[in-house]
Ligand binder design. Sequence first.
Ligand code: C5P
Length: 412
Amino acid sequence: MTSLAGKRIVLGVSGGIAAYKAVEICRRLMDEGAHVIPVLTKGATRFVGRTTFDALASERVQMSLFDEDDPIPHTTLGQTADCVLVAPATARVIGAYAAGISSDLLTATLIATRAPVVVCPAMHTEMWEHPAVAHNIATLAERGVHIVGPESGRLAGGDEGAGRLSSPADVVAAVSRVLDVGEKRSDMAGLSVVVTAGGTREPIDPVRYIGNHSSGKQGYAFAEEAAGRGASVTIVTTVDRPGPLGATVASGVTVVRVDTAEEMAAATADAAKDADVVIMAAAVADFRPVDPAGVKLKKRDGVPAIELEPTPDILASLGASKPEGQILIGFAAETCDVADNAAAKLNGKGADYIVANDVTAESAGFAHDTNEVLVLASDGRAHSVGLRSKRQVAQAVLDLVVADRDGRADVR
Ligand code: C5P
């Protein structure tokens, strides 16, 4: 396989115990035909010898900002790279990169490059979960840096938890995806997917409504990820695609615009009849005014008493009439007791999965470009997806869905 043929990849290795896995990553990149230039930090050489990379990579290891042959190695590396990959990325390197501090060749190259950057964090759980690290990761993700992992599992010193470097195969696959040279995933080809997005608007009068802070970003990320993997997708949404003005939705996605929960219920029920996967990412209002005023309410008439009634629970009614084999995914935007509330929703709404997040968390939930979720499955499995872009969250959840379908005998 030579899917990375001709691609110049700067492989940054920083000083964590997982640095030994960078040797395998280097070898796999070489196997894919990449031109690999290893850049090690001083700390990295405590864990792996530079001779190992010298022998395996396309060029010899570089470590110094003050190279004898090239007076500006960081700009040369940054300008000529097709991709800068940092694996493992320690809390220090992540922090320096997020803050724009270039204290060694690797961090200087990261700041000097305009090529796509893939950062693969690896550290102990306490460090990974520290608010400073979480904040730095969110900053990088919002700037478009691709964050891969970490996974949960065994860590140095016999501890278990989140913080393990993603597998070399996953890291190399991520680089291929980022460079758009990997095999196009088509594992959702032939599937019909319905996604809801945005917050519904329940009119009080012709100019006012009850609404919420949902941006629709997570819903659109699901729609575009599913379409990119070959599905035919209908998005039932209250909002245009978030993003730069004039940004259009990806091909393969049909947009149905609605405003109220009632309209969303009708459009979703219609689209979901023949769907293989239904993803209820919308923040549907739970209450609406019973009798919206036909004309604008006037201040001079005093504070109106607005009587509310429940809206139709779209997810619950889809759950109650779910066709055989359909996978139904609900969302739980919570402000406390995330896991318990999500488990209650899973049981109460007949969904196969609930994707739960704490909307009060920094850098996750409404309006952000990043999210951090807990996925509960109806068979009791739980899967946590650490802070990453909403597109990557969609990817992780759809990976579960595809694996679930592949493992089911009764899929349509
Ligand atoms: O019960 P709660 O509103 O928190 O449940 C959230 C999930 O239910 C989301 O997937 C949301 O899209 C869906 N929902 C719905 N109809 C409602 C309220 C919520 O489909 N009226």
